[in-house]
Design a protein around this ligand. Sequence first.
Ligand SMILES: NC(=O)C1=CN([C@@H]2O[C@H](COP(=O)(O)OP(=O)(O)OC[C@H]3O[C@@H](n4cnc5c(N)ncnc54)[C@H](OP(=O)(O)O)[C@@H]3O)[C@@H](O)[C@H]2O)C=CC1
Ligand SMILES: O=C(O)CCC(=O)C(=O)O
Length: 447
Amino acid sequence: MKRNVEAFLELVKERNGHEPEFLQAVEEVAETVIPYIVEHDIYYGKNILLRMVEPERVIMFRVCWVDDDGEIQVNRGYRVQMNSAIGPYKGGLRFHPTVNLSILKFLAFEQVFKNSLTTLPMGGGKGGSDFDPKGKSDGEIMRFCHAFMSELFRHIGANTDVPAGDIGVGAREIGFLFGMYKKLRNEFTGVLTGKGLSWGGSLIRPEATGYGTVYFAENMLKTKNDSIADKKVVISGSGNVAQYAAEKVLHLGGKVLTLSDSSGYIYDADGIDAEKLAFVMELKNVKRGRISEYIDAYPNAEFVAGKTPWGVTCDIALPCATQNELHEDDAKALLENGCICVSEGANMPSTKEAIAAFHKAKILFAPGKASNAGGVATSGLEMTQNSLRFNWTREEVDKKLKEIMANIHDECIEYGKDEDGYIDYVKGANIAGFVKVADAMLAQGIV
Ligand SMILES: NC(=O)C1=CN([C@@H]2O[C@H](COP(=O)(O)OP(=O)(O)OC[C@H]3O[C@@H](n4cnc5c(N)ncnc54)[C@H](OP(=O)(O)O)[C@@H]3O)[C@@H](O)[C@H]2O)C=CC1
Ligand SMILES: O=C(O)CCC(=O)C(=O)O
């Protein structure tokens, strides 16, 4: 078995050796899925995983725009259309200076499995740009988004590829992107999700990734007859996912101790309550400030510069910032301090070594492709509402989100339960996600 995995990874490395994040994501999947393929004749010998690691299409383009000083700026835009076996490509757009093909291919690859897990008809894709939105005026953001869409529009469509937000792309950016798409195509369709409520958006989409991450944690805790109530929760990030994860923890009676951004973390031993969270939302979403400003408003809290929050004692950790933000030492610190549950809100926030430490300690650990799938699932619900030209209520969407997260949890148990009863959510999510896509690929032939 080990030989099969090694031979496969060797081949993938030969072609993608300069893409570390992509190789990391593929390795994690290969280690759990190849043994399953070898044991199942319908998949064996068909090179399905080898086909799945090759994007169906990669689009890379120049984005020129004019900044507030009248200077011409040039960025790089991308869309990785990874797999369309079970539906149109679907996945977010990331605007961040670190964006490159390795990062977008890892995100698109993860997205294929995640979207499959939701059971909704969505293939996987991801895109973005090395554009840095930090410190840009609204006018600059608009001009960049319009320039980006003036190329992307010819590659996407409501039945082809439906982008959404990710790091650096929120409601404001989706609005500007949609405006340019509509102008160029002269049509009003559900080509993007995360839209504003008055122009085709879905209730609960902004909340969905964070809420879903916490619903997934609640499902995991239920297997131990436990719950989030009264638990101490450490959260990284202070963007969309982190904010709504914090909100749902509060709804369920937990105590949120930390939030962070790329400059450091804040630790509030009294707990970040609803009023303090409202302050963070205003600070981050409207004023676009730094998390360190929290201590100006709440001086009892402390700001720890340049560090992640994993050394803070907690019961539950929710990494909600970015990839590879939680390393082996962080995992060990969490375990030593008594952490019993980790539910990833971000994509691939834990390194391979950190995951191994969680598994060795047999704590509850959910990989992002399962636990953060609530965002894209609710995007799927937005697409359905757009097709029906109808809006569901907040309660209806939230109920569906909860059901989808519970169903993903069940799928993980079905494929991930070890002989000793431990649930390996990584294995469960990878195999369950693989089976649906592989079956569709087999049915559609060699294309
Ligand atoms: N939005 C969604 O619906 C979904 C998002 N995700 C994943 O969740 C994560 C967060 O996304 P989202 O909340 O939407 O993004 P936002 O842009 O809203 O927030 C990102 C947060 O992460 C921090 N961050 C970003 N890069 C780094 C870094 N290199 N080091 C430390 N902190 C960093 C940001 O801090 P700073 O402002 O300083 O950069 C910010 O606090 C990502 O991994 C994304 O892929 C997954 C599923 C769906
Ligand atoms: O809502 C979507 O389509 C994309 C969400 C996303 O990018 C993700 O799940 O990582």
